[in-house]
Design a protein around this ligand. Structure first.
Ligand SMILES: Cc1cc2nc3c(=O)[nH]c(=O)nc-3n(C[C@H](O)[C@H](O)[C@H](O)COP(=O)(O)O)c2cc1C
Length: 414
């Protein structure tokens, strides 16, 4: 493409207009280059002058200003739908969810009545809000400016609401997609399969521990920055937990301590960095926890007084491969809130503990910790002697598993 210098002329109404008489412009390249920038997908709706719902798919939606609150989008000048939208003094931007691609395609088609068979309800301004949308924003027209073959609509925000805690629909290179968290998801799939294979070797050991202790025994692995439950056996008569199989938590303080610093797992610094920029108190506490786990050789976390179900719920949301960054932050915040329940400093002989988890590492010859054996759903009010017995039983199982996966057979544990 030749580089042309554009000359912009201001028209009588103060609008800017591109004026380039002998331009040679490669519109295919324009589309290709601009199509390499992803956008969300919105449907802008209103009730037209005949009182009928109308709406058009918009990829050019953007936020503009906080004070005053303004948003913008760019409809084509030739759009008949936009002409109908403009017959109303307000409009509503519906941000589509990742599972609403069919609705988007229906609206972008030549279908006569776009709202036929579609569930919607009126916004405070009376504009259609599509059921299942992530969010909606009611606006009036702050301005409509000509911008080449499009209009630039500035909307003054009147009201807005988040409707659904889910990932939005994305548009990129003329295709639809969804946000996937973290850069490691694809690589993690292979790692997960490897960990599941390895865990399968330890199934008998895991099941034996669960049956003997009437508890939940599981095998977890560090995969792509997360700790994933790759095998679970629950024999507890007291705990009717939803199976944790496939659940994952971030390898971030205070979680995943047995993996941290081993080959293939996050380093101490990477582990801390997962919290963003933690305050000094959090850093000190996390490093002390890491130290305690390393000197004990096992990890313990206690049950808090908080609602265990709500923690399960946050973990379940995090475990969804299509989780949103907000859901990820919620889990990190919940883990931070419960940080003091992990790796308590003094375990006293005369105290009774409500144990959430006990974990021991399965070591490989090369110093990796490919798996961790974990015990949960234990009876409450355990004393230290009982806890030590549980740890010992877990360690026995870990040694057996180490032998089977070709680790040092004569490994002695403290
Ligand atoms: C993902 C996607 C994003 C779109 N974004 C815009 C946009 O920002 N502006 C626009 O004018 N049309 C956009 N369109 C096209 C319009 O939705 C639609 O084709 C147009 O309203 C049809 O013209 P009509 O209104 O004359 O029927 C988009 C379409 C799709 C599928």
């Amino acid at each position: 493409m030749r580089r042309n210098k554009n000359h912009y002329l201001r028209d009588s109404e103060g609008h800017m207009e591109a004026h380039s008489p002998a331009r040679q412009f490669d519109s295919a390249r324009f589309r290709e280059v601009l199509g390499s920038y992803p956008t969300g997908v919105a449907i802008v709706t209103a009730m037209d002058e005949d009182g009928l719902p109308t709406g058009m798919v918009i990829g050019s939606f953007t936020s503009v200003s906080l004070d005053p609150p303004l948003i913008a989008y760019l409809p084509m000048k030739t759009s008949r739908t936009f002409a109908r939208l403009r017959t109303s003094s307000t409009f509503c931007v519906n941000i589509l969810a990742a599972d609403q691609e069919p609705i988007c395609q229906h609206f972008a088609s030549a279908a006569e009545d776009k709202f036929a068979g579609l569930a919607w309800h009126p916004s405070p301004e009376g504009n259609p809000v599509l059921d299942g949308a992530v969010a909606w924003i009611d606006c009036d027209y702050a301005s409509v400016t000509e911008a080449g073959d499009h209009y630039l609509v500035l909307g003054g925000v009147l009201d807005m609401r988040l409707e659904r805690d889910t990932a939005p629909l994305l548009f990129f290179q003329r295709g639809y997609g969804r946000f996937s968290p973290g850069p490691l998801v694809a690589a993690a799939e292979r790692e997960t399969i490897e960990a599941v294979r390895l865990a399968e070797i330890g199934r008998d050991d895991m099941e034996a521990v669960a049956a003997e202790l009437n508890a939940e025994c599981s095998i977890v692995a560090a995969v792509g920055g997360d700790v994933v439950y790759v095998a679970v056996e629950n024999r507890s008569p007291h705990w009717r937990l939803r199976s944790r199989l496939g659940f994952r938590v971030p390898c971030a303080p205070p979680l995943g301590t047995l993996f941290v610093g081993t080959p293939g797992a996050p380093t101490d610094t990477e582990w801390l960095k997962r919290l963003g920029r933690p305050d000094q108190e959090t850093v000190d506490r996390s490093l002390a926890q890491l130290e305690r786990v390393r000197s004990r050789g096992w990890s313990i976390s206690l049950l808090g007084t908080d609602d265990a179900d709500s923690l399960e719920e946050v973990v379940a949301l995090y475990s969804n491969p299509h989780r949103t960054p907000a859901q990820e932050r919620r889990l990190l915040a919940a883990a931070k809130e419960r940080a003091n329940l992990h790796e308590p400093e003094d375990l006293r002989e005369d105290a009774a503990y409500d144990v959430l988890h006990l974990s021991v590492p399965v070591n490989s010859l090369s110093g990796e910790v490919p798996l961790v054996l974990r015990l949960g759903a234990l009876p409450r009010g355990a004393d230290l002697r009982q806890i030590r017995q549980w740890v010992q039983r877990l360690e026995q199982a870990a040694v057996s598993l180490e032998r089977k996966i070709g680790a040092r057979p004569d490994r002695l544990r403290a």
